[in-house]
Unconditional design. Structure first.
Length: 134
């Protein structure tokens, strides 16, 4: 059964971001530094299989450096950025971003976390182009 993501706000969001954001910041730094070891450090086993070094380097070379992770506020000034949602057993943390090679395009980066024991590991990562409203 497919469940649509439900937004997490307030205190719950703050608690989740307390654990997730340091890992995401590390992920973004590693993206910019082309450092796959650091990039994949908090991946779960499945993600390590799905998102290998080749895939990382080709995405990184295509998009260039991550310039901004604060584009959500420009698209929706009232929104909490990053936005946090839960879907099935994933916690999704979403950022509106721009990349160096396409500075006018906006992208949505979604990092999916799963909790193992008491640790959040990254179980998914998507980068989608956001179509600007015509």
């Amino acid at each position: 059964s497919y469940s649509s993501p439900s937004a997490i706000t307030g205190q719950d969001r703050t608690i989740i971001l307390g654990s997730a954001e340091p890992r995401i910041n590390e992920l973004f730094e590693a993206w910019n530094g082309k450092d796959y070891q650091k990039f994949s450090k908090n991946f779960n086993d499945e993600m390590k299989g799905d998102y290998g070094q080749d895939k990382f380097m080709s995405a990184r070379n295509e998009l260039g450096k991550l310039i901004s992770t604060d584009e959500m506020r420009q698209l929706a000034p009232e929104s909490d950025s990053p936005s946090v949602a839960v879907e099935a057993n994933f916690i999704k943390v979403m950022y509106g971003t721009t990349f160096e090679k396409y500075p006018v395009a906006k992208y949505l980066i979604t990092v999916n976390f799963q909790k193992y024991d008491n640790k959040y590991l990254i179980g998914g990562l998507t980068i989608d182009s956001i179509k600007s409203p015509k």
